[in-house]
Write a protein that binds this ligand. Structure first.
Ligand SMILES: CC(C)(COP(=O)(O)OP(=O)(O)OC[C@H]1O[C@@H](n2cnc3c(N)ncnc32)[C@H](O)[C@@H]1OP(=O)(O)O)[C@@H](O)C(=O)NCCC(=O)NCCS
Length: 190
C-alpha cells in the first residue's frame, strides 16, 4: 500500500464489538505486551464496548479492505482540564510501517481536539522492543518530557511523551482535521 496510508479502502471508525477478537489477536501477535498488559488493554476495550455512554475510554479501529488492521484507545486524564491519555495503539504486524498507525493517531487527535483536549500524553517503555513505537511518536510530533527511571522494573524506565495542540484544533494539517471521507459512527455493539 502507499507509504502514507492514503488508500480509499482504509476506514477508521469507532471500534465495534465484532472486531474485538481481531484486535485482541493483533495485540497478542505484536509480541510487545506482557500478559498483564494484554489484560489491561482488553479491559479498556471491554469498557468501551460494554458501557455505552461512559466517557473514560474511546476506541477507534482501522479497517483495510474490510479487514481489521489496528486500533487506538484514548481518554481524558482524570482530574485535569484538557489533558488526554493515549493508552494504546497497535497495528497488525504485517501492515506496520504503511501509514495506518499515523492515520489512527491523527483520528484520535481530531476527536480529542473536538472534545476540548489540548495536551496528549503517551507513556511508554525505554526498552529496545519499544524503539519503533518511540520513533513513531517522535515522528508524529510527540516530545519526550519526562523519564522515571526503573519505573517498570530495574533498567526499564517510563518515558512520557507529550503533544500540545493549538487551541481550536489539532496541530495537524487543516485538510486532515475533519473526519475522513469514510468516517462513520455505527452502533459499536452491532
Ligand atoms: C507503533 C505502531 C502503532 C506504529 O504504527 P505504523 O502503522 O507501523 O506506523 P506508520 O506506518 O503509520 O508510521 C507513521 C510515521 O512514523 C514513522 N515511524 C514508524 N516507525 C518508526 C520507527 N521505528 N522509527 C522512526 N519513525 C518511525 C514512519 O516513518 C512514518 O513517518 P512518515 O509519515 O514521515 O513516513 C506500530 O508499529 C505497532 O503496532 N507497533 C507494535 C505495538 C506497539 O508497540 N504499540 C505502541 C505501544 S502501546
Amino acid at each position: 500500500m502507499a507509504k502514507n496510508g492514503q488508500r480509499a479502502d482504509l476506514v477508521i471508525h469507532p471500534l465495534p464489538r465484532q472486531e474485538r477478537g481481531a484486535i485482541l489477536e493483533i495485540l497478542s501477535q505484536c509480541g510487545n505486551f506482557t500478559g498483564e498488559e494484554l489484560s489491561i488493554a482488553q479491559e479498556l476495550i471491554d469498557t468501551w464496548l460494554d458501557k455505552p455512554g461512559q466517557g473514560d475510554y474511546t476506541a477507534l479501529s482501522a479497517l483495510l479492505g474490510g479487514a481489521v488492521a489496528g486500533y487506538v484507545c484514548f481518554g481524558p486524564t482524570p482530574a485535569t482540564q484538557a489533558t488526554w491519555d493515549l493508552y494504546w495503539i497497535a497495528v497488525a504486524q504485517g501492515l506496520q510501517g504503511s501509514g495506518i498507525g499515523k492515520k489512527l493517531l491523527q483520528s484520535a487527535e481530531v476527536q480529542i481536539a473536538s472534545r476540548g483536549g489540548r495536551t496528549i500524553v503517551i507513556e511508554t517503555s525505554s526498552t529496545e522492543k519499544y524503539r519503533p513505537a518511540r520513533g513513531f511518536y517522535e515522528k508524529n510530533g510527540y516530545a519526550l518530557e519526562a523519564r522515571i527511571r526503573d519505573f517498570y522494573r530495574a533498567g526499564d524506565h517510563r518515558l512520557i511523551y507529550v503533544k500540545r495542540m493549538q487551541a481550536g484544533g489539532s496541530d495537524e494539517k487543516k485538510e486532515n482535521r475533519r473526519p475522513h471521507g469514510k468516517y462513520r459512527l455505527p452502533d459499536r455493539n452491532s
